[in-house]
Design a protein around this ligand. Structure first.
Ligand code: GLY
Ligand code: MN
Ligand code: MN
Length: 437
């Protein structure tokens, strides 16, 4: 469990980064209706959670560096006996101070009225630009109110700054406690993937494999997946973000599972591909091994100082060469690379940052240059080959083979650690695991 003092340190770091003449304002995520009066499961916004550890909706966090009466203000829900009978307890203002280390706490209904007083004399307002139309309006109203008081000496802010520029850079580098939470999310995901491989039988439905995954997630402490699990068999494995998960798994088909648990708000994002009946066909194995080799090459290239693109370059080389060797791509290898002939088969990038969000925040380029990898970054490496039957000129025996292999890696001082290395990915190891079921 991440301690409240770690959240406090993050707030201090952010205040140091933005300077004393600034203010930070973050809204909590809003509740979303599913239909009628039934909500989607509530999940706090990752930025808000990263700085507060506070999971309730209807709240605003305000940071006012160097303010005498206190730097960290929380505007949150008041106690409401009736609502708390139906929905459960709320922290209230005393809880915000005692349990969440706020210097001051106020009812959320007072936020709008307090805004002009909070921002007056602060040059810059750091907030999530474009996230909440309601907050945009409140800020504009507050600034206009202060403009009306300029002759009495009021100094309205002069700049609105996207908080992403500082906050997301902080979130990109994971602390030891964050890495421990991510490892736990990954460990739960690993045993869930292995359980799914072991129970898989031709004739099952994709959602039945999904049930095994989500059962294992919850049984092992992860209440929710980090994103909608993808369980695609046969042609569905060729659909990158397939989430219908409602088809029968045919004998001789490949099954692609892309699923990760969320543990204490941190995401895992792992993909494995395996044969429904426990034994790869010659064609499946050939394609699978090209993807595996490309993933190994990318992981080998991932080290401090290497540009973000080294992984994609390694993958593209191996996949192009592999598809050429299999006779799926024809022509000179050099020309195939130059013309991006791999693209109909591999149409995405090598991966993404991973953290509180599955596609985590943090920039990929700095000053129009791909950024270099640094220790503490966590990312996915997820090459794939997808041979859907509508790609012209590919012999039928290759059709509907879809393979992706996705691991989560941590950049270290000397290279990288594969955090999800315990799920088998060699052909022989997958076949052995499935045999013992
Ligand atoms: N699960 C989504 C992705 O792999 O990026
Ligand atoms: Mn994934
Ligand atoms: Mn991913």
């Amino acid at each position: 469990m991440i301690k409240m003092t770690e959240y406090e340190k993050r707030r201090k770091d952010l205040m140091n980064a933005i300077g004393a003449n600034s203010i930070v304002i973050l809204p909590a995520a809003t509740e979303k209706m599913r239909n009628g009066d039934a909500h989607y499961a509530y999940r706090q916004h990752s930025d808000f959670y990263y700085l507060t550890g506070f999971a309730e909706p209807e709240a605003f966090m305000v940071l006012l560096p160097k303010r005498k009466e206190g730097e960290y203000l929380l505007f949150n829900r008041v106690h409401d006996r009736d609502r708390e009978i139906w929905d459960g307890p709320r922290a209230g203002q005393e809880g915000a101070i005692k349990d969440y280390l706020a210097d001051q706490a106020f009812p959320v209904s007072e936020f709008e009225l307090a805004l002009p007083e909070l921002i007056v004399g602060r040059e810059r307002i750091h907030y999530p630009m474009g996230y909440s139309a309601a907050l945009d309006t409140s800020l504009t109203n507050a600034i206009n109110k202060l403009r009306g008081k300029i002759r009495s000496g009021a100094q309205p802010p002069v700049a609105l700054v996207d908080v992403a520029s500082t906050l997301h850079e902080m979130r990109l580098f994971k602390s030891h406690t964050e890495i421990a939470a991510m490892q736990k999310a990954i460990d739960i995901s690993q045993l869930s993937h292995m359980a799914a491989m072991q129970v898989c039988k031709p004739g099952m439905y994709e959602y039945q494999l999904e049930a095994e995954l989500t059962y294992q997630f919850q049984k092992n402490g992860a209440r929710f997946p980090a994103y909608n699990p993808i369980v695609g068999a046969g042609k569905n494995a060729c659909v990158l973000h397939y989430v219908d998960n409602n088809c029968k798994i045919e004998d001789d088909s490949l099954v692609l599972i892309d699923a990760g648990a969320e543990y204490q708000y941190y995401a895992a994002d792992i993909t494995r591909t395996f044969p429904a009946n426990g034994k790869f066909t010659a064609e499946q194995k050939a394609v699978y091994n090209v993807v595996l080799d490309s993933q190994k090459a990318a992981i080998k290239a991932a080290k401090p100082g290497a540009a973000w693109t080294v992984m994609q370059e390694a993958i593209v080389d191996v996949i192009t060469e592999g598809l050429h060797e299999l006779g799926i791509l024809k022509g000179s290898l050099k020309e195939l690379v130059a013309t991006q002939a791999y693209f109909p088969f591999y149409m995405h990038r090598s991966g993404h940052w991973l953290g509180l969000d599955v596609h985590d925040v943090g920039s990929y380029q700095i000053n129009n240059q791909w950024r270099k990898l640094e220790p503490g970054m966590v990312l996915t490496v997820e090459p794939g080959i997808y041979i859907s039957s509508n790609i012209p000129g590919v012999p039928k025996r290759w059709h509907n083979i879809g393979v992706r292999i996705e691991d989560n890696i941590l950049i270290t001082e000397n290279g990288c650690d594969v955090l999800s290395k315990d799920i088998p990915k060699e052909v022989a190891d997958i076949e052995a695991l499935m045999k013992h079921s």
